[in-house]
Design a protein around this ligand. Structure first.
Ligand code: ATP
Ligand code: CA
Ligand code: CA
Length: 414
């Protein structure tokens, strides 16, 4: 917050960042439509489109009320293919991005900004320079993996942009280290639908070292809890049907193999928990619905345009005919689950924050922290250890196989 009471990021008014970015994306994505579609070449991963936006406008860029700025659009052609893979048409993408965005209360410690598109499909996240550089290196390999397996819980990246402001903003460059006049933003899929009320939210790593939501987080209206909080609140874990459990475990295993191959660690498993039978806090947001209370309505849940975007589409569970969850629950795309006490749940899940790569800096951190505590419990160790511990935690402590339901007549009558 600056002296005039405006919200700023790197001393830049936030609205300026968002609007400038929207102009930039409009230009670069719109411009692509003129270019014929062709196969992605290796060079397409290295391309950077640089677009200058002088305040007074040019033949191809509109006039605007901000200082001159520049938008860099990384690998535009490759990202167009990522979007096509998930059935996102250019006009739909522009429509999503250019409608007013909703800022999410900064949930991470990194200071990143998060914006949600009004149709709930995309999240825009500011990332550090190192993370953006890493994503650029990752793109060809990532492309190969997503093409082979679009049913993934890994974050799907649909764009990477850099906003650079010219003129007087540069004098503020003393605040950060190096080039703080650049703001890098990724566009990703949103995992948590905003029209379904999340009674609980967890960010899990499989580590117990310092993995408890801090007091600031706890005071929030909907805190993101961590590993130790989960173990306290769900000592018996979350129960999944055997088919669901196996499908989820298989998907996570496949994704972790990819992360390991890139030597990535420190990622989290995000779980949003909706309690089907608990009334939604009535004082809260009217836009969120309690699904149990509206089973007969056509469905307030908008169908997603993006393919493989719900967790159920991603993990591909084949239900037995007699073991199918209720239709209105299936439509939400959430994963049906139960607590040990039999309360019905819907889970929204995905792997997040994968751009912090395993680096020498991390190695140092490890040896340093090991002195202080048991080495196996630190969240910064090597990638295969990290991945193994992550999966072990998820599929022994967090998710458990529900005992098979003997017979279904009772359930079917309800
Ligand atoms: P840090 O590095 O301090 O952990 P960060 O700023 O990198 O934080 P993330 O870990 O990526 O942030 O995300 C922080 C929180 O934002 C998550 O716990 C989750 O609540 C929310 N979030 C992140 N990515 C998504 C997503 N794709 N969909 C929905 N919510 C998300
Ligand atoms: Ca994180
Ligand atoms: Ca992070």
């Amino acid at each position: 917050i600056d002296t005039q009471g405006n919200v700023t990021f790197k001393r830049l008014p936030i609205t300026q960042l968002v609007e400038a970015l929207q102009l930039g994306i409009q230009y670069t994505v719109g411009g692509l439509q003129a270019k014929a579609a062709h196969d992605v070449l290796y060079q397409d991963f290295l391309t950077v489109e640089i677009i200058h936006f002088p305040r007074e406008g040019t033949k191809t860029t509109p006039a605007h009320r901000f200082n001159d700025f520049t938008i860099r659009s990384y690998a535009p052609v490759a990202f167009r293919h990522f979007r096509e893979l998930f059935n996102i048409r250019p006009d739909e993408f522009l429509y999503s991005i250019c409608k007013p965005l909703r800022e999410l209360k900064n949930p991470g410690a990194s200071g990143s900004l998060f914006y949600l598109t009004s149709d709930d499909e995309f999240i825009l996240k500011t990332v550090q320079k190192k993370e953006a550089e890493f994503l650029k290196c990752l793109l060809p390999g990532y492309y190969m993996n997503v093409t082979q397996n679009p049913r993934t819980l890994l974050p799907k990246f649909f764009g990477l942009y850099c906003y650079q402001v010219s003129g007087f903003m540069q004098i503020n460059s003393h605040i950060g280290i190096g080039d703080n006049k650049n703001i890098r933003i990724t566009v990703m899929n949103n995992l948590i639908p905003s029209h379904v009320y999340m009674h609980e939210k967890y960010d899990l790593k499989g580590s117990t070292y310092k993995r408890r939501a801090n007091s600031e987080e706890r005071r929030k209206e909907s805190p993101t809890w961590k590993d130790l909080d989960f173990m306290e609140r769900h000592p018996d874990g979350l129960l999944l049907d055997i088919e669901t459990y196996n499908a989820l475990a298989k998907t996570v295993q496949r994704d972790c193999r990819v992360l390991e191959s890139f030597r990535i660690m420190d990622y989290s498993f995000l779980i949003g928990v909706h309690h089907v039978d608990v009334p939604t806090d009535s004082g809260g947001d009217r836009a969120t619905v309690n699904l149990m209370l509206t089973p007969n309505e056509p469905t307030t849940v908008q169908p997603k345009r993006m393919m493989y975007s719900t967790p159920m589409d991603t993990i591909q569970v084949e239900f037995d005919e007699h073991n199918k969850p209720d239709d209105h629950l299936v439509k939400t795309g959430g994963i049906p689950a139960r607590t040990a006490r039999g309360q019905r749940l819907l889970l929204y899940v995905g792997i997040i924050d994968i751009l912090q790569s395993y680096q020498i800096r991390k190695k140092l951190e490890h040896t340093f922290k090991s002195v202080l505590t048991d080495g196996t419990q630190i969240s910064v160790t090597n990638p295969s250890f990290y991945s193994e511990r992550f999966q072990k935690f998820l599929f022994t402590t967090v998710f458990k196989k529900a005992p098979p339901l003997r017979e279904s007549p009772v359930k079917r009558r309800s």
